[in-house]
Design a protein. Structure first.
Length: 199
């Protein structure tokens, strides 16, 4: 092989590799789009979330004002419907593609009789309730017990209540998630830190 042909082979290899790479990117974008996951530049308006925002489909109730200090007994409730689209997007983001959450036919054959919401997605509603407490919330720990499933399409309500205040802006909270029938689906405890610094 002469040294004069090497740059041509290298250019051809580089060009074909680039074309293959770009084709793979486009194929992945198409696959992601079929899952209902927004692609860059096409984010639906409801997915453009600003800090401290509350969407129309959410219900948030607080026992205190946003600028008040926290004390034992303070609570927040966060409620939202959990659509099939929410569950599908969570599966795409998390990688949890268990058929019990995604395959209606297969899920009907289980003890649950239909699709159920991911436990981690339900736990996220507890985190959402915590986010509506005053200050910058830092989640330190969460103990969770799953008691019953929540069906896809149902509204779930997470509630958090401060049960103990520690030094240095740390709090222990009772956490709970109710299903559409107001039955306890999840219960547990969380520990949080309120970081008042803007550093």
């Amino acid at each position: 092989m002469s040294s004069g042909s090497s740059p041509s082979i290298l250019r051809a290899w580089t060009r074909s590799s680039s074309l293959l790479f770009n084709s793979m990117i486009e194929a992945n974008r198409a696959a992601v789009a079929t899952l209902g996951v927004p692609t860059v530049g096409s984010t639906p308006e409801k997915d453009q979330i600003e800090p401290d925002s509350v969407l129309d489909e959410w219900d948030v109730e607080r026992s205190l004002q946003q600028d008040e200090s926290l004390s034992v007994g303070d609570s927040v409730q966060f409620s939202k419907p959990l659509s099939a689209d929410d569950v599908d997007q969570f599966a795409a983001v998390s990688g949890d593609t268990n058929p019990i959450h995604l395959d209606a036919e297969q899920a009907e054959q289980t003890r649950f009789g239909g699709r159920i919401v991911h436990g981690a997605l339900l736990s996220g509603l507890i985190s959402a309730a915590l986010a509506h407490l005053p200050g910058n919330i830092i989640y330190l720990s969460q103990e969770t017990q799953f008691l019953r499933p929540v069906s896809v399409g149902d509204r779930a309500t997470a509630s958090v209540e401060i049960v103990e205040a520690f030094e240095e802006n740390r709090y222990r909270l009772r956490t709970q998630l109710l299903d559409a029938d107001d039955e306890i689906a999840i219960e547990g405890e969380a520990t949080i830190l309120i970081d008042d610094s803007n550093d």
